[in-house]
Every structure is written in structure tokens, then in C-alpha cells.
Design a binder for this molecule. Structure first.
Ligand SMILES: Cc1ncc(COP(=O)(O)O)c(C=O)c1O
Length: 385
């Protein structure tokens, strides 16, 4: 018999659609164009993986530090301080096997059965599943779509009760591209501080912005012992999704607890991957500027090409790399995404995967090159314009 908590988690509807698409491709022999996951078709840059190859040749193939090599923690700290103009230290940084493991470790540290967790949605489904696995109770506060996505901050505050253990916010947001302002961050942090609950901020898209240097971080307003944990990742900023390298920025008293949880999960990020990631961190300016330049072209192309499509509503976004659009009169996004695969051979993520407030929407990841996007949009145009 499996545990109730495992039985309580469902496969995400994104995977359901992706599996349908893969099966469809196998059965029909037709190519399916995948824009369903949060990654494009651009591999990691050579300046990063050169260091990994070198370190493998040097025999760096042994167990490593649980929270990351000292030099990596220092490099992360320098990166964070430089990017956000803040003051953190290596003991505030822990390397983890992707932002995803970071989320899992946070839930293992903070959530017990029936603890309330406030989540701002629509949001990436794995966050919800990680809370469900710990048998936490989710109270979702939905962003509202006006001319753009907006948070009603009073609604957020009134959802926080004395039983709230954690507030989870992902800004810049996957799937909407919504971003919190500095003022909102300051206000939210001072509220959770007053209430005594944890604030967990998923900032994995902080470099994927088009109208500013970087998105704002809650860390700009925090004190050393605030109950604040920030999740980050190499995946999006450095095209490193498959590497599974991320980090947490946390109060120093969490360092040893995170180390225990790393020990009994992955026992640490392989040293040769840490060496590659080190190179990404110290060269971040040039890498991020290249990644952003490519993404800007893709974003402009996709928004320009779809701007007169009659069947969809797509608010312009200045962050992340998704078009999250409403399809008029569509109410079953899983079935509609499957229909689009059959009709157009394009794979999109169904909006319901991101919460009830996402139903009626589809998400297209535009982090790919223009050739790919041209093919995808020409196919979708027949159905959605
Ligand atoms: C909002 C958000 N948080 C966290 C992650 C996890 O990133 P990774 O595990 O690749 O570091 C993702 C990946 O898609 C994401 O979209």
C-alpha cells in the first residue's frame, strides 16, 4: 500500500498533455513541436560546460559538500550581492539539485500535516504538489487579470491566519510573467514578519526581464533572521535546465538543517557540475546579457505575430518566457491542448495545470529560436487567429 500523501498527488496536466503528444508522434509518425515545458531549444553555453569537462578530466568525481563547495557558496553570495545590491554571506547560501529540490527541502523543513500554506496563483504546479505531499492545506490567492495580472494585496493579507505556516510567492511568475513591485515586497515582508510566518519567494526568473536590469528581490528588504527563504536556479538565467543546479538564500540558522536534508536526498550537487556552475556565476554578466538578447527577440516576435489574433487574449509581459493566453470560450484546457496537438502538432501547457484560475488558458514557452517559433505560430494561427 502506498502512502496517502503520494496517492494524493496527481500527475501534472502538463505531463498528461506531453505524454499524449509523444504518443501521438509515435503513432502517426508526425513531428510534434513542443512548447509545453519551461525551457527552449538552446543548449548551455560552452563557457560553462568547458569547466565541467576539465574538472571531470581532473578526476573531480567524488562525494562533495552538502551545501556546496565553499568557493561556490562564496560565488553565489557575490552574485546575489552584486545583482541585488544586498549583503549576504556564504552561510546564507545553499546549493541544491535544482530549484525543485529547494522547494522540496523547504516543505520538508516547514510543513506538517494541516499546516496552512498561502500560495499566489496561477503558479507552477510542482509547488502545490510539494505542499500536498506534506499534507499541508493550500489557500490559494488568485491574481486578477485586468489589462495585466494584478495582486490584491489586501486579499493576500486577509488569507494569512494564525495557522499560516508559509506564504509562497513566485515573482516573476510562471506562467503569467507578473512581477511584484519593490513597494509590494516591502509591505508583504513586513506583514509576514509581524504575523510570524515564513515567506518563501521563488525568484528563479529574476534575470528573465525585459524592461529593467533585474526583478526586485525580497532580500532587499530583509533582516538577517527574517523567516525568509529565496529559491533560485541556474535553469532559466543560464540555459541550464538539465543540469539540476539551484540554490537557496536563507537565514544562517537553516544551514545545518538544509545540509541534513541534502544528505538524505541527493547528498549534494556533483562536483563537476558545481565547477561548471561556478563559471556561469563568475561570468554571469556576459552570459545573461546574451540569453536576454535572444529571449527579447523571441518575445517581440511572438507578441507581434499574435497581436491581432481574434480568438485569444494575451496581456503583454515584461518577465519570464511565456505567453499565457486565454482562449475565448474554451473551458477545458487539457482537452483543448490535446486537440491542438492533433490539429496543429504544437504542444502547449494547459492552463488548469497552474490552478483553477488558469483554466481557459494555454501557456506557450517562447524560449526557443525564431525558426522554431515561426513554425509553431504558423501552425497555431489557423486555429487561434
Ligand atoms: C516557478 C518555478 N520555480 C522553480 C522551478 C524549478 O526550476 P529548476 O528545478 O529547474 O531549478 C521552475 C521550473 O520550471 C519554475 O518555473
Amino acid at each position: 500500500m502506498l502512502t496517502k500523501s503520494v496517492m494524493g498527488i496527481k500527475e501534472t496536466p502538463i505531463m498528461e498533455v506531453a505524454n499524449f503528444g509523444r504518443e501521438f508522434a509515435k503513432k502517426t509518425g508526425k513531428e510534434v513541436f513542443p512548447a509545453w515545458f519551461g525551457e527552449g531549444n538552446k543548449p548551455t553555453k560552452e563557457i560553462i560546460f568547458k569547466e565541467t569537462i576539465k574538472s571531470l578530466k581532473e578526476g573531480k568525481t567524488f562525494y562533495t559538500y552538502q551545501n556546496g563547495l565553499p568557493k561556490i557558496r562564496e560565488a553565489i553570495s557575490n552574485y546575489m550581492n552584486d545583482v541585488f545590491k544586498i549583503r549576504t554571506f556564504p552561510e546564507n547560501q545553499s546549493l541544491v539539485t535544482g530549484g525543485m529540490l529547494g522547494i522540496k527541502i523547504i516543505c520538508d523543513m516547514l510543513i506538517e500535516k494541516d499546516d496552512e500554506v498561502v500560495i499566489v496563483g496561477p503558479v507552477w504546479p510542482n509547488i502545490r504538489s510539494s505542499v500536498i505531499l506534506k499534507q499541508g492545506k493550500i489557500n490559494e490567492v488568485d491574481l486578477k487579470l485586468e489589462d495585466k495580472w494584478k495582486l490584491d494585496i489586501n486579499k493576500l493579507f486577509s488569507s494569512i491566519t494564525e495557522n499560516t505556516k508559509m506564504v509562497f510567492i513566485n515573482s516573476p511568475s510562471n506562467p503569467t510573467g507578473w512581477m511584484l513591485s519593490e513597494e509590494e515586497q516591502e509591505e508583504i515582508l513586513s506583514y509576514t514578519r509581524k504575523k510570524g510566518c515564513w515567506l518563501v519567494s521563488d525568484e528563479v526568473y529574476h534575470q528573465i526581464v525585459y524592461d529593467r536590469e533585474v526583478s526586485s528581490s525580497f532580500l532587499k528588504f530583509s533582516k538577517p533572521d527574517d523567516k525568509l527563504i529565496v529559491i533560485n536556479s541556474s535553469s532559466k538565467s543560464f540555459n541550464m535546465t538539465g543540469w539540476r543546479v539551484g540554490w537557496l538564500t536563507h537565514p544562517s540558522f537553516l544551514e545545518s538543517h538544509i545540509a541534513k536534508l541534502v544528505q538524505i536526498s541527493t547528498t549534494g550537487v556533483p562536483e563537476f557540475l558545481q565547477e561548471g556552475f561556478y563559471s556561469a556565476l563568475v561570468n554571469y554578466k556576459s552570459i545573461v546579457s546574451e540569453v536576454r538578447e535572444e529571449l527579447t527577440k523571441s518575445r517581440n516576435y511572438v507578441f507581434d505575430r499574435t497581436k491581432n489574433w481574434k480568438r485569444i487574449q494575451l496581456p503583454f509581459t515584461n518577465a519570464a518566457f511565456y505567453c499565457f493566453f486565454k482562449v475565448n470560450e474554451m473551458t477545458d484546457s487539457v482537452n483543448y491542448a490535446k486537440y491542438l496537438i492533433e490539429k496543429t502538432q504544437v504542444g502547449l501547457a494547459p492552463g488548469i495545470a497552474f490552478g483553477n484560475s488558469g483554466e481557459g488558458h494555454l501557456r506557450l514557452c517562447f524560449a526557443s529560436d525564431l525558426d522554431f517559433l515561426k513554425k509553431v505560430l504558423s501552425r497555431l494561427e489557423k486555429e487561434l487567429s
